[in-house]
Each structure stands twice: as C-alpha cells, then as structure tokens.
Design a protein around this ligand. Structure first.
Ligand code: ASP
Length: 406
C-alpha cells in the first residue's frame, strides 16, 4: 500500500516536471508572465517546505540520537558519514577538473572585458568552522542555520542520553514532536507536483534559449560530470558498501531526484529524501542523522560545478592552471561545498572563494551567472543523491555491526 502511494507521488511529480518543460518552452515569449504569476505559487510551496525544515532537522536528529541510546554509536555513525562525505566530494571535484580539462578546447572563448561581479563578503575556511557553533539558543532556528541547528540537536540529544531514565518523558515528547512535524511535512509534500510545476515553468521559460546558447558546452560538461559521478561513484559505493543494486537505489530515489532538480534546494528536498531513503530500507535513526547533515555539508554537485567553472573561467582569461593550482581547487572546493547552504544559488556565491584561492578573477563569475539556475538544478540533484547513498551505506554498515554483536 505504502509502495503504491509513493509511486503515485513520483508519477505525479514526473508528470508535473514534463508539463513544466513543455509549458515553459511554449511560454518563452511570455517569460515575464511566468515569473510574475506562476513562480509565486512555486515560492509559496518552497516557503512551506522551508518553514517545516528547521523543526524537522532539529527533532529528527534529536530523536535519532536519543533512539541510539549510546554516544559511542552516534560517534561511529557521525565519523563514517564524515569520511564518506569528504572522500566523495574530493572524488567529485577531481572528476570535474579532469573532464573540464578534456573539454577545454571546446569551451567558447567569451570576452572578459567589461565583466563585473560583486562578490558578497566572502567567508574563509576558519569562518566556516567558527560559524558551525551557535552563540544563541534561538538564532539558529530564526536564521534557519542548519549546521548550527545540527550542533544544537547533538548537544541536547547527548544530554538526554546521559540523563537516561530521569528524562523518559522528555524522550517521549521529542518522539511525538518529531511525529507531528513529520506529519506536517507529509501534508506539505502532497503539494509537491504543483510546487514542481510552478518552480520549473518560469525557469524553462526564461532560460530555454540560453541552454542552446553559447554556454551549452560548459553546461554539457558539468552535466556529464554529474552523471559520471552518480553512475560510477554512487553505483559502486551503494553496491559494494551498501549491498544494494544501483538500479533499485536510483529508482527509489526518483521522486527526490525530480524534486531536487526542480527546486534546486537540498534543504527543501530533505523531507522527500528522508521518505525515499527510508522506503529503500535505510534505518530511520541513520537517515534522520545522515541526511540533514548531508543537506548542509555534502555537496558533490556543487564541488563539480566549481571545478568546471574554474577551468572555464581560466580558459576565457587565457590562463592555464598548473597542477598545484588544481590541487588547491580540490581542497578549496571541498571546503567551499561544506560552507554552501542547501538553497538555490548558494554554490555560485562560494565559487568566488575557489576562484580567489588560485588567483582567478572573481568577475569571471559573471560569465556563468546567467545560467546558474541550470547548473544548480543538476548540482542539487547530485548533492541529495550523494546524501542518500551515504544513508543507505551507513545503514547497512550499522546493521552488519549489530548482527555481529548479536
Ligand atoms: N542549490 C544547491 C543545493 O541546494 C547548492 C548550490 O547552490 O550549489 O544543494
């Protein structure tokens, strides 16, 4: 029954996606209308998702930690997750750099005079680290700062475990609150086909022509890397470490993939991603911890995009990057992707950090800014698929450990 219901939501989202592309293409001359009258409904839907995502992250992580009843176990899951996230992101950016270097000869030579891009106040690696820790109990929720919410949930979750039986009623309350917010999410997600349609139609209407424009080859290069990373890295990881057929994995992830593609927000996709991974068999305690963390810090698609754009921008300026500079890009893009918020367009802001690290002109971002949304749809899709692969893998590892313990 559950399976049937999910399939039908997936089918609905898929139909919405196809309709949005068709309607968007038909509305290319009426892009302003699409932006003025269709997009707001998409924004309403995305707002509802954002509204529910903070309590979901807070309570699902807390409930997940509390249900483990053991700080050591949280440490093992957290440690395994972080290692997987770092490794896959470093591989992603390496793939991005290799493929972009092969494509370099085909990239268009756009003129770089008269470019201007106002880089927002950048954040260094140390800023990223310091900003993980909240200095106020409410501000993380008010600002929807996911990383800080995760830290809050971990601290409070640990305290609950340490207090044990004394706070049994609080454990019950945390679980029930988690149930309530999950139910809210369930209700909001029922609207996702409408949300997907209203979000995607204006994008296609405004960008349809740009896709076949001068940046097509750069976009193609990025999408090729996204695909390669998903097909090679995630398939191998899921099959070997997660003991799951990659086909089953991608099929089960389809609703979340379509949602991420149209919303360009990892955080917005989080609730649906949780549903998909759990229906794939990932345990709730693992997915409720691994996915919110991933939606915040694990961005393989963003890392690929930053690598491809760095090579493209360098080639437009006639700069050949050295091997040392490429290694620097691997390091900074990994860090930049951690600091990237899971919302539309955030990866482009962090691109300035990557460009600056190897002395490339930040104004170069203006070259790709026009079609950022199209890059973003693909990179977000990869970002959330990476998180889900981790949930499946860590779940399998933990199940095995438990079976051994017996
Ligand atoms: N939109 C991306 C995400 O939500 C972040 C980015 O802009 O790269 O995962």
């Amino acid at each position: 029954m559950g399976e049937k219901k999910k399939l039908s939501l997936a089918a609905q989202i898929f139909i919405a996606l196809v309709l949005a592309i068709i309607v968007g293409l038909l509305m290319q001359n009426a892009a302003d209308f699409a932006n003025a009258y269709i997009k707001p409904f998409g924004t309403i839907f995305l707002n509802l998702v954002k509204f529910i995502v903070c309590p979901i992250v807070l309570f699902s992580i807390m409930a997940g930690i509390v249900s483990m009843k053991d700080i050591k176990k949280v440490g093992i899951i957290g440690g395994t997750t972080l290692v997987y996230y770092f490794c896959t992101t470093a591989i992603a950016i390496t793939i991005g750099l290799i493929v972009a270097n092969c494509f370099k000869g085909f990239f268009p030579a756009l003129t770089t005079t008269d470019l201007s891009y106002e880089a927002p106040a950048g954040s260094s690696a140390m800023d990223v680290l310091v900003n993980i820790f909240p200095s106020n109990f409410l501000k993380p929720i008010v600002d929807a700062n996911m990383l800080q919410i995760i830290v809050m949930a971990i601290i409070v979750g640990f305290a609950i475990i340490l207090l044990g039986e004394k706070v049994a009623k609080t454990v019950e309350a945390v679980n029930r609150l988690n149930d309530i917010f999950m139910k809210c999410m369930d209700m909001i997600l029922k609207l996702s086909p409408i949300g997907v349609f209203c979000l995607l139609t204006p994008v296609v209407a405004s960008n349809g022509a740009a896709v076949i424009g001068s940046l097509a080859k750069v976009l193609l290069c990025a999408y090729l890397c996204y695909l390669l990373h998903a097909i090679i890295v995630y398939s191998i990881a899921v099959a070997t470490l997660g003991k799951m057929s990659p086909l089953k994995f991608f099929k089960g992830m389809f609703p979340a993939i379509m949602f991420a593609f149209s919303s360009a927000s990892s955080v917005g996709t989080l609730p649906l991603n949780m549903e998909c991974t759990e229906s794939l068999g990932a345990s709730k305690e693992v997915s409720s911890f691994v996915l919110p963390l991933g939606a915040t810090i694990n961005m393989d698609g963003t890392a690929i995009y930053q690598g491809v754009c760095a090579i493209f921008i360098a080639s437009c300026y006639g700069i050949n990057l050295t091997l040392g500079q490429m290694v620097t890009i691997v390091l900074t893009a990994t860090l930049a992707s951690i600091g990237t918020a899971g919302v539309p367009g955030a990866g482009m802001v962090m691109l300035s950090m990557v460009l600056a690290s190897v002395g490339l002109p930040i104004e170069g971002i203006a070259l790709v800014a026009g079609v950022d949304r199209i890059f973003d749809m693909g990179r977000t899709t990869l970002n959330i698929t990476g998180d889900a692969s981790c949930a499946v893998i860590v779940s399998n590892i933990m199940k095995k450990r438990e079976a051994k313990k017996g």
